[in-house]
Design a protein around this ligand. Structure first.
Ligand code: FAD
Ligand code: MG
Ligand code: MG
Ligand code: MG
Ligand code: MG
Length: 547
């Protein structure tokens, strides 16, 4: 293979040089930051025979985040949705190294990452270390976003981590225990039992539904004296909850919530949160309102981690909101660093930037015009490189290039450069950024491991784009996301699902689909067994309401 030894590596000064070490240092060093969806999916399929892999993450487990809302009410136990990182990498024990630590800084110039172990009683008193890399994979995810709203950090719950879900579970029970104490007025009991969710996205909605079920299936029997004082409100700044889903799903959810007595307040922006009150403003009228609460869950989208912000400033991406990569997931403006999952976004190249080069490459006989055949011959490659073109054709209900040529009013036999530009001039408007989901993160991890597995081994990939390689030479096809659909559990054993091909399904049978999909998606048989066991236990005995 074309592996390059790097004798000038400054690392491992204290290791005695031996034949074995020499062999080892010939392997390129890959450092992976993060063991979430993106990081673990990268590690699972990575061929480590040519890499020396080190993993840094402050949590030594992978968490199955789609089931976090179920943990908040004890439907599923926290232990059931986590898998130790060491279990995931143990098949290749000794080859993939894992360090439980947080990465504090990336230095792309010296190709080092600086880390701190979060085990406080570190013996030597020095819990900081640095690692050298040849390739760095940043998969640290995102953090909660408060939009600098005053009081949110201090007074709201979040739902990002397993600990958050456990904290919420304790807090819900707390509210009930507080509400039944003697000597409270009815008003005070009501306030203690007013649960507010800020953010009507999938997480907020699912939590509201979970909480509603927990209260009505389990808690009302245990706290009968206060059962009529419970209320749940969802505050959403947009006009509808679940607005990233199909309209049919968001109205189904809104109707179900209305029947369930879950209050949905749309068009409100939260201004501040105190320990007792939440202040908000109607976006249309500007009228402010304050409502008392017993507990608030803040679930309004994600923000960039300080580590990633700092790195972006170093590489000239300081004015951006999210770390940008190219379509091969390589960080822009930086060599040998890849970023995937929630911490990054793929900056899709515009076809209009390359339009002349594409035309030249496609016009094989240099006649100055493209025939339908010549056009037909490159359209597939164009779509691989610029997926927005496919969306554009679909949006205009055009089936092939003949239709496209007809559509721009030219003849349908051939096209010159101006006609070609005109035909594709609106395609870039269809560029879509990928959502911050586990599905995207996992597919990106798997994609990147495939690239790593064949890189340096083959000079060129016969599968790669043949005709043109605008925006840099590449051996691989660019990353392409495949959407398998999306679920929204709505409580009461009902769910909504949006499946590929504009297919929408809602109701009880969809909930069963949800159970089977989420059981099958578990990372190990161990967690699958635990999760299914928890579901069965809930059906038989209800949820556990102890703190
Ligand atoms: P994460 O999974 O967040 O992983 C980040 C990793 O980096 C973690 O291991 C973290 O410990 C580590 N890390 C953090 N900081 C550092 C540092 N400084 N140094 C080293 N390591 C660090 N998506 C879906 O597709 N379907 C769903 O149903 C769904 N439900 C969700 C429900 C909830 C409640 C939440 C919160 C998210 C849900 N998502 C869902 C979104 C999905 O979880 C994320 O998109 C996904 O986790 C992103 O993967 P990631 O690897 O980029 O980040
Ligand atoms: Mg990750
Ligand atoms: Mg995760
Ligand atoms: Mg992303
Ligand atoms: Mg020609």
């Amino acid at each position: 293979g074309g592996l390059i030894a790097y004798a000038d590596s400054p690392s491992d000064g204290e290791r005695p040089i031996s034949i074995e070490n020499e062999k080892e240092t010939k392997k390129k060093k890959v450092v992976v930051l993060g063991t979430g969806w993106a990081g673990t999916s990268f590690l699972k399929d990575l061929d480590i025979s040519s890499y020396d892999v080190q993993v840094v993450s402050p949590r030594n487990y992978f968490a199955f985040t789609p089931l976090l809302p179920s943990v908040t009410c004890g439907t599923v136990e926290a232990r059931s949705i986590v898998e130790p990182v060491r279990n995931i990498i143990k098949k290749r024990y000794g080859e993939i190294k894992y360090w439980e630590a947080e990465c504090l800084k990336v230095d792309p110039v010296t190709k080092k990452v600086f880390c701190r172990s979060n085990i406080e009683e570190n013996l030597a008193g020095n819990n900081e270390f640095s690692l050298d890399y040849d390739y760095l994979v940043i998969a640290v995810g995102a953090q909660v976003n408060t939009f600098n709203t005053p009081g949110v950090w201090e007074n709201c719950h979040f739902l990002k981590e397993v600990e958050d879900a456990q904290r919420i579970r304790r807090s819900v029970i707390n509210c009930f225990e507080k509400a039944v104490l003697p000597g409270l007025t009815e008003e005070e009991r009501r306030i203690n039992l007013h649960f507010v969710i800020v953010g009507g996205g999938p997480t907020g909605v699912e939590f509201a539904a979970e909480l509603h079920d927990f209260v009505h299936e389990d808690l009302v029997k245990l706290y009968p004296s206060v059962k009529d004082f419970v209320s749940i409100s969802v505050i959403q700044s947009g006009d509808h909850i679940l607005n990233a889903f199909d309209e049919r799903i968001s109205s189904f959810a809104e109707q179900k919530f209305q029947r369930d007595g879950i209050q949905v307040l749309t068009g409100f922006r939260v201004l501040s949160v105190s320990d007792r009150m939440i202040n908000m403003k109607a976006k249309s009228t500007g009228v402010e309102a304050s409502i008392p609460h017993g507990m608030v869950l803040w679930s309004t989208g994600v923000g960039t981690r300080p580590l990633v912000k700092d790195f972006m400033e170093q590489i000239g991406q300081g004015n951006r909101r999210v770390l940008a990569t190219d379509e091969w997931l390589k960080v822009k403006g930086c060599e040998d660093v890849y970023a995937l999952g929630d911490c990054a976004t793929v900056d899709q190249r515009k076809i209009m930037e390359d339009i002349s080069a594409i035309f030249k490459a496609a016009d094989k006989d240099d006649s100055g015009t493209l025939t339908v055949e010549e056009f037909q011959d490159v359209i597939e490659d164009i779509i691989i490189r610029y997926p927005q073109v496919e969306l554009f054709l679909k949006s205009k209900h055009l089936l092939d290039v003949t239709d496209l040529l007809k559509d721009v009013g030219g003849n349908d036999k051939e096209v010159d450069i101006e006609g070609f530009k005109l035909a594709l001039s609106h395609a870039d408007k269809q560029t879509k950024s990928l959502p911050a989901t586990a599905q995207v993160a996992a597919q990106q991890g798997a994609y990147l491991s495939r690239c790593f597995n064949v890189r340096d081994k083959t000079i060129s990939n016969p599968e790669g784009p043949r005709k043109f390689r605008s925006g840099g030479r590449h051996e691989f096809r660019p990353f392409r996301y495949k959407h398998f659909g999306q679920f929204a559990p709505l409580g009461g054993e009902q769910a909504a699902a949006e499946l590929p091909g504009d297919w929408v399904s809602m109701g009880h049978s969809t909930q069963w689909l949800w159970y089977s999909v989420y059981a099958s998606k578990q990372v190990s048989w161990r967690t699958r067994f635990l999760v299914v066991g928890d579901w069965s236990r809930k059906f038989l005995f209800g949820r556990d309401s102890s703190r």
